[in-house]
Write a protein that binds this ligand. Structure first.
Ligand code: AMP
Length: 193
């Protein structure tokens, strides 16, 4: 199964991706996680991405496309994957289409998380607080100011993908405001798993 999770930051994509990993036995490919690892390891990509991520903007398409192209070649992704946080622009979506076409593979579904943008900042503040209480490091970009930039980047650069995948007949929408278990169930129904 090859899935894309599409939705603004704080919509619950990461939480649902973890549950899908358990259920389907395929890896979660989070470009945010991969970029954070690159920043941590101070690779050339990490050095380029750090400042962009800190201000909540999007890393250039060619950088993330190259990361994803390499990642989907790895053995654990052969049978399927859950893309979380990619694609985020129409350019990335087109690059992904080309990548998959070259391999003669198809996407099974794009799950859109529909959420009320007004509650996202509250969610992110809560997420940061809970992370802190667990004694884990809080993401540098999980603060209200940067978060607003991330939501704005979603609105302007990523939201057009809803139309893009809808036209291809691949879009399945779920109510991201519902309780976590209900969202899981809605996704299960949407993908017939
Ligand atoms: P995330 O963990 O998905 O919220 O991503 C954190 C940050 O990583 C974003 O705010 C962007 O700066 C960067 N990033 C992650 N995925 C992408 C992507 N597909 N395209 C561009 N930038 C990305």
């Amino acid at each position: 199964m090859r899935l894309i999770l599409l939705g603004p930051p704080g919509a619950g994509k990461g939480t649902q991706a973890a549950r899908l990993v358990e259920r389907l036995g395929i890896p979660q490919l989070s470009t945010g996680d991969m970029l954070r690892a690159a920043v941590e390891a101070r690779t050339p990509v990490g050095l380029q991405a750090k400042e962009i991520m800190d201000r909540g903007s999007l890393v250039p398409d060619e950088v993330v496309v190259a990361i994803v192209a390499a990642r989907i070649e790895e053995p654990d992704a052969r049978k399927g994957f859950i893309l979380d946080g990619f694609p985020r622009t129409v350019g990335q979506a087109e690059a992904l289409d080309r990548m998959l076409a070259e391999k003669f593979i198809q996407l099974d579904a794009v799950i859109e998380f529909r959420v009320d943008e007004n509650i996202l900042v509250d969610r992110i503040v809560r997420r940061a607080k809970e992370t802190e209480e667990r004694g884990e490091p809080v993401r540098r970009d999980d603060n209200p100011e940067v978060f607003r930039t991330r939501v704005e980047a979603y609105r302007q650069q990523t939201a057009p993908l809803v139309d893009y995948y809808s036209r291809k007949g691949q879009l399945r929408s779920v109510d991201g405001m519902a309780p976590i278990d209900e969202v899981t169930e809605a996704i299960r129904t949407a993908i017939g798993a």
